[in-house]
Unconditional design. Structure first.
Length: 118
C-alpha cells in the first residue's frame, strides 16, 4: 500500500470537495490565447489614457504602463496586424527612445483606438 497519493489524485479529491479550488484549477489549466500586437497596443493606449485625478492615479497609471509594456514584449502578430505595430512596440519598450518619437507613436496609437479622435 502506497503511503502517499499522487498529486493528481490529491488535486482531484480537493477539486471535488472545494468548488473554489476547482474553479482555480480550471483557470490554470485553460490555455489562454496569445496576446496580439493590436491588443498589446490597446493596453498601452488604456494605460496612457488613464484619467489622472489625484496623486494615487499617477502610481496606478505608471503601473498600468509598465505592465502593458511588459506584456507587449510577449505579443505576437495577428494576420491582420500591420508591420508598424511591431516597430511601435519595440520602440516604446526601448527606454532610450527620444521623446518626440515616443510622442509620434503614441499619437498614432491614439488615432487607432481613441473614438473621440476619429
Amino acid at each position: 500500500m502506497a503511503l502517499t497519493k499522487s498529486f493528481d489524485d490529491l488535486a482531484q479529491n480537493r477539486a471535488a470537495n472545494d468548488p473554489e479550488f476547482a474553479a482555480a484549477l480550471r483557470r490554470e489549466t485553460t490555455a489562454t490565447p496569445p496576446l496580439t500586437m493590436r491588443e498589446a497596443l490597446r493596453q498601452i493606449w488604456k494605460a496612457a489614457s488613464y484619467p489622472i485625478r489625484g496623486n494615487e492615479d499617477w502610481r496606478i497609471a505608471a503601473r498600468m504602463d509598465a505592465e502593458a509594456l511588459e506584456q507587449a514584449g510577449k505579443a505576437v502578430p495577428a494576420p491582420d496586424d500591420p508591420p508598424e505595430f511591431a516597430m511601435w512596440i519595440a520602440a516604446l519598450r526601448d527606454p532610450r527612445i527620444p521623446d518626440i518619437e515616443r510622442e509620434d507613436i503614441m499619437s498614432a496609437i491614439y488615432d487607432l483606438f481613441d473614438p473621440d479622435r476619429s
